[in-house]
Write a new protein. Structure first.
Ligand SMILES: [Zn+2]
Length: 243
């Protein structure tokens, strides 16, 4: 029995191939394009994004028990104007970030507050000079933990250490005053240039023109829906239609 159709934006997240978006969005998100980091290494930008239909949906959709999707999509005027509107787009790898932040929250035993503009930043964002994991949706700038505003070196050092102890995938920026290399008013946590191709996406014929492939998929959000045979049939239906 599926009480939630795949179109119900409050329970499912729509996955889009950025190549299928309009010209303006493609030119902002730049799927699969190469960007150089500070060291001159090249990294390929993500291709698959969650489409966030509205502010209301962003607030309602939880990525983990303590992190709502909206916390990763809050932007200000430094972001490309198209990405200040809805629908908004965030790389699918943001779910890994949320998972690690949830571990971090448990480790510090307090709420973790992500800054506005502190998670996903598009390649057109004014702070996006060279490749940074923020463009992959895999970095978060935390400005407050519990009641502690992160400005002092001792606090930033301490929380950086706790973040690094979560696992080898976690990278932080040491305390210091060089933008991009250090942080002196937040804790920066990132997972590197990680991309996620959701399981709903079929990877065959990836190099074919986009028209030959499903235009998008819906990711099942609730455990009960994932278990239900009706939901499984529903999510596979889109793929069956293409020959
Ligand atoms: Zn950062």
């Amino acid at each position: 029995m599926s009480d939630a159709s795949p179109q119900d934006s409050t329970t499912v997240l729509k996955v889009v191939d950025a190549f299928d978006l309009d010209d303006e969005l493609r030119s902002i998100l730049r799927p699969c394009e190469m960007v150089r980091d500070e060291q001159g290494r090249r990294h390929r930008l993500p291709r698959y994004f969650y489409e966030v239909p509205s502010r209301e949906a962003a607030v309602k959709i939880r990525l983990t028990p303590h992190f709502g999707l909206n916390e990763f999509t809050l932007v200000d005027l430094k972001e490309a104007s198209r990405l200040q509107q809805f629908p908004r787009y965030v790389p699918c790898a943001v779910r890994f970030l949320a998972f690690y932040l949830e571990q971090f929250r448990t480790a510090v035993g307090a709420s973790v507050h992500i800054a506005v503009n502190g998670a996903y930043r598009s390649p057109l964002h004014k702070l996006a000079v060279s490749a940074s994991p923020h463009m992959w949706g895999t970095a978060a700038d935390v400005y407050r933990i519990g009641t502690t505003i992160l400005k002092a070196k001792e606090a930033i050092d301490r929380y950086n250490e706790i973040a690094e102890d979560i696992g080898a995938d976690v990278n932080v920026l040491p305390y210091g005053h060089v933008t991009g290399l250090n942080a002196d008013d937040h804790v920066h946590i990132d997972l590197g240039y990680l991309t996620l191709i959701p399981r709903e996406i079929s990877e065959d014929r990836m190099e074919q023109p986009q028209e030959a492939r499903p235009r998008f998929a819906f990711e099942e959000r609730r455990r009960t829906e994932r278990r239900g045979p009706a939901a499984v049939a529903g999510s596979a239906a889109g793929e069956e239609k293409t020959e």
